[in-house]
Design a binder for this molecule. Structure first.
Ligand SMILES: Cc1cc2nc3c(=O)[nH]c(=O)nc-3n(C[C@H](O)[C@H](O)[C@H](O)COP(=O)(O)OP(=O)(O)OC[C@H]3O[C@@H](n4cnc5c(N)ncnc54)[C@H](O)[C@@H]3O)c2cc1C
Length: 545
């Protein structure tokens, strides 16, 4: 089957849905998304969205805060665009049905988060993303110009260059992954369809699954970045992966984040033997910034060879704990941990990918016809470290900007017929009879990244990781060509490419800056205030921002 459309959007988080709604005003939009339409990082966002809406706030202050967090690597023009255009995007989101918390005067309730010099974060209790996703998915489903293919996974971008033509992206090959329903008479379909578009928009989100511990849901496997890299696009700043300091550590718990507010209310980080340790790392102790706390935990875990540390709030009255942290109390109880009497085992966890597919100020990548928005993109907004609540904002702003830019081009783009490209070739591939290869390699990759390319790095650890990743890639390649594609295998292939990119960028940055910390280059260098760029076939290099 071949599907043709004006705009092909890969992913249905805040960025993809925002783009789709705007673009649907001037063209036909097709959204392809890996699982259910609302499954995304967006859905799990807790804190909120940063935008200058308070009386005492200014765009200048928001820009300044963003630049400070980014440790000299933010592209100032992008910070300015997001700060100035953010408020309008929030009003648009409200018009699209998102209901944010209000204060007693009936105005938007704005909270203040770490790194922000003013109250500027709009939110919906501690579940902002769920409300944003709900509102946008509802709108998209009701729009006559938008089709959604859920449980469909993009495998690879289609560029005419693959068939001897110019280096232009014209769509994607997509796996129909509806396992629960019968498709074409088979229980599990391996059907791959061709989607052709005037413009293809990557909105595939982050890649937290590259690390053993992550706050991200299972869909976050860096597919967009990997597909773009294979297609020859420029990827930048992948060394800057943000870790959240405290995620619940329990064999059965998946991705449960313990909010920083728990430390704000007196929670103390301790070693498994009960010793408090933050005092040795920062005078602000447990209230030090996120990246310092994450590094301190990592240091202590490596020093004593422990799998976790403890976060202790038992010295507060049980009524206080239950009132302030009802969700955490209830969730931990499910795993047999009563936080009013027991400390919580925690580990830092991969949270946000600051790098991604490099774009211009409208979301255009280095490949004609290919656009990237949201967490999978690198616009330059976050620099070496993301300011809290700036990521949903970036998705809104760039989703809108990309759609607006394309509105001016679509009539001309429609003049050319859709190209004639071959169907996906199965060759001699057969169904897999050894899923264990995929499961084993997933585990090995995530452990390798966690142990060698995590919060604190070194040249030796990066070299070790590079060797292992290369071996895994050989195995995955062999497996890939022999077997019919499955989502699990495709995700493994993609996440291994993301690992290669993180290691490549980290190896090229000979300093410690923002989220990239290495014991071999502990200082920050003025000469290295550049982006790290990777492109297939070209060694990683630094480029002026
Ligand atoms: C626990 C948590 C809390 C957070 N809190 C905040 C916060 O308070 N404020 C803030 O600003 N940010 C927060 N973030 C970050 C923020 O949620 C994300 O950066 C943002 O939602 C990314 O939006 P997106 O549209 O780029 O991607 P996503 O929302 O991740 O959407 C990506 C979409 O692409 C789909 N997809 C992926 N690969 C493929 C493929 N191959 N084919 C088809 N579809 C594909 C996915 O299924 C998904 O639908 C948080 C993140 C997490 C995990």
């Amino acid at each position: 089957m071949t599907v043709t459309t004006d705009y092909l959007v890969l992913g249905s988080g805040v960025a993809g849905l925002t783009f789709a709604l705007d673009a649907a005003e001037h063209g036909e939009v097709t959204i392809v998304t890996k699982r259910a339409a609302d499954e995304s990082n967006t859905r799990y966002a807790q804190g909120g969205i940063a935008a200058v809406l308070g009386k005492d706030d200014t765009p200048e202050a928001h820009i300044r805060d963003t630049l400070i967090a980014g440790a000299g690597l933010c592209h100032e023009v992008v910070a300015e665009i997001c700060a100035r255009e953010g408020p309008e995007r929030i009003h648009e989101l409200i018009a699209r049905g998102a209901v944010f918390d209000k204060d007693e005067r009936g105005e938007l309730s704005l909270t203040r988060e770490g790194g922000h010099s003013a109250r500027r974060v709009v939110h919906v209790a501690d579940a902002t993303g769920a409300e944003v996703e709900r509102a946008l998915v509802e709108r998209v489903k009701a729009h006559p110009n938008i089709r959604i293919f859920d449980h469909h996974m993009a495998i690879d971008l289609i560029t005419l260059g693959q068939f001897g033509g110019p280096d232009t992206c014209v769509g994607a090959y997509v796996l129909d992954d509806r396992t629960s329903r019968e498709v074409a008479g088979t229980q599990k379909s391996h059907r791959v369809e061709t989607f052709l578009a005037r413009a293809t928009v990557l909105a595939t989100g982050g890649a937290g699954k590259v690390y053993l511990y992550t706050t991200n849901p299972d869909v976050a496997t860096g597919d967009g970045v990997a597909m773009a890299y294979r297609a020859g696009a420029e990827i930048a700043n992948m060394e800057f992966y943000q870790f959240h300091p405290t995620c619940l550590y329990h064999p059965e718990a998946k991705n449960f984040l313990i909010t920083e507010a728990l430390r704000g209310e007196g929670g103390i980080l301790r070693l498994p033997d009960g010793t408090a340790f933050m005092e040795q790392h920062d005078p602000r102790k447990d209230l030090a910034p996120r990246d310092i706390v994450a590094r301190a935990i990592d240091f202590e875990m490596k020093r004593i060879g422990s799998e976790y540390v403890l976060l202790d709030i038992t010295h507060k009255p049980p009524s206080f704990i239950k009132e302030h942290f009802p969700t955490i109390h209830a969730e931990c109880l499910k795993f047999g941990i009563d936080i009013t009497t027991q400390p919580i085992p925690v580990v830092p966890a991969a949270h946000y990918m600051c790098g991604g597919v490099s774009t211009d100020l409208h979301g255009r990548t280095s490949i004609p016809g290919l656009w990237a928005i949201g967490e999978c993109s690198f616009t330059g907004l976050h620099g070496a470290n993301r300011l809290a609540s700036n990521s949903l904002l970036e998705g809104l702003v760039f989703g809108h900007r990309a759609a607006k830019k394309l509105a001016g081009q679509i009539t001309e783009l429609r003049q050319a017929p859709y190209p004639d490209v071959p169907d996906w070739r199965v060759g001699n591939a057969v169904p897999s009879d050894e899923e264990v290869v995929v499961a084993h390699n997933w585990d090995e990759l995530r452990r390798t990244m966690w142990n060698y390319v995590g919060i604190v790095r070194s040249n030796a650890r990066l070299r070790r990781a590079a060797r292992r990743i290369s071996l895994l890639q050989d195995e995955i390649r062999e497996y890939y060509w022999k077997h019919l594609v499955t989502r699990d295998m495709l995700e493994l292939r993609n996440i291994t490419t993301v690992a290669e990119l993180i290691v490549g960028c980290a190896s090229a940055r000979h300093e410690s800056r923002g989220l990239h910390s290495t014991i071999d280059y502990p200082g920050q260098s003025q000469d290295l205030a550049h982006d790290t760029v990777m492109k297939r076939g070209v060694p990683p290099h630094l480029r002026g921002k």
